[in-house]
Design a binder for this molecule. Structure first.
Ligand code: ZN
Ligand code: ZN
Length: 342
């Protein structure tokens, strides 16, 4: 089969010919129909995040058709439409048993620590393979497995309850999913905070109250719009110390700030006023969980998570097309999502 692989960081991905892998007893061989090209893939190719071992087939946002199943797989059959939770885990350790498999010591993310979806076929343990409802396009099924799944996990980590208020800091790909999912889970008012008027406009179309952080102080705006109360849940999706601080400061009494964006830098917290006195919480969000995927797919099938505003463009499994897309991601951001369709 053909596969697009990272051979050396800092170099273009290379098209290689590999044998089609054969499934072990609990594995599923999936014929790839769509694999999203993510901003992380540009980081992997540049050597900013470790990919191991090399060469490695990239691609962690994958949907396709079941080609072949191992002898112990009974809930899937040849021809089923599926999408993949991007972690392949052991299924038996304490973390896997508890359903917090992102901490499994044997966990391997596809497209980073085991071969991913920029290929004609991919092998995955059946516990990470989910049926994709007929209403959801392969391209949407693929890209949901990264940003939308993480947005849902962030809301779960923040323990969002019906009618609570939410502020989403960052109205990009993650944010557009997060605010729709917050609404679908019964949130009251949802604020979308960003400096990009175009993104705020899309957020408003999904029912969020736009807060333009480029035009005025977003904290003052949120205080004003909540009669000085603040929000019950704040999601930080940007990965900047400033927005992390704003997320914490925007909280109401008993509020929870879930941090998703990644930064190495510290941000200041005033312990008494901002956390202790309010019994507020600052919560970390890492990846997402396999058991969250069925709800995510259900919401998308019912159109409560609408990805049609996410413009997708397809490219073939071709080195020049995929490397070109990664070049553009590096330079311009990811407003248009590109999927590989082998
Ligand atoms: Zn991704
Ligand atoms: Zn495990």
């Amino acid at each position: 089969m053909k596969a697009l692989r990272l051979v050396q960081p800092g170099r273009p991905l290379e098209l290689q010919d590999l044998p089609v892998p054969s499934p072990g007893p609990v594995d599923v061989l999936v014929r790839v129909k769509a694999a999203g090209i993510c901003h992380s893939d540009a980081h992997y190719r540049a050597g900013k995040s470790r990919v191991h071992p090399l060469p490695m087939t990239l691609g962690h946002e994958v949907a396709g058709l079941v080609e072949q199943t191992g002898g112990n797989v009974h809930h899937l059959k040849h021809g089923d439409r599926v999408c993949l939770h991007y972690l392949a885990t052991c299924g038996t350790c304490g973390y896997c048993q508890e359903g917090t498999e992102q901490f499994c010591a044997d966990g391997r993310m596809i497209g980073k620590y085991r071969d991913g979806g920029f290929a004609e076929f991919i092998l995955m343990p059946a516990r990470s393979v989910f049926k994709l409802p007929a209403e959801i396009l392969f391209s949407h099924g693929a890209i949901m497995m990264c940003s939308s799944a993480t947005s849902l996990h962030a809301l779960n980590q923040a323990r969002l309850r019906p009618r609570e208020s939410v502020a989403v800091f960052g109205a990009g790909g993650l944010g557009q999913s997060a605010l729709q999912l917050a609404k679908a889970l019964g949130a009251g008012v949802v604020f979308a905070v960003d400096i990009n008027p175009g993104k705020l406009e899309i957020a408003a179309r999904f029912g969020a109250v736009p807060v333009n952080a480029g035009a005025s102080d977003p904290l003052a705006a949120i205080q004003d719009l909540t009669q000085g109360r603040g929000v019950d849940v704040a999601l930080e999706l940007v990965g900047l110390p400033l927005t992390m601080q704003q997320a914490v400061r925007s909280l109401a009494i008993k509020g929870r700030a879930a941090l998703v964006g990644i930064t190495e830098k510290a941000f200041p917290v005033a312990p008494y006023q901002e956390v202790i006195n309010k019994e507020a919480e600052i919560i970390g969000v890492s990846d997402h969980l396999a058991r969250e995927i069925p709800l995510l797919l259900d919401l998308a099938a019912k159109q409560k998570l609408d990805l049609s505003n996410v413009v997708t463009r397809a490219v073939p499994l071709d080195a020049a097309a995929i490397n070109g897309t990664l070049d553009r991601l590096k330079n311009f951001g990811d407003d248009v999502r590109v999927v590989v369709e082998p």
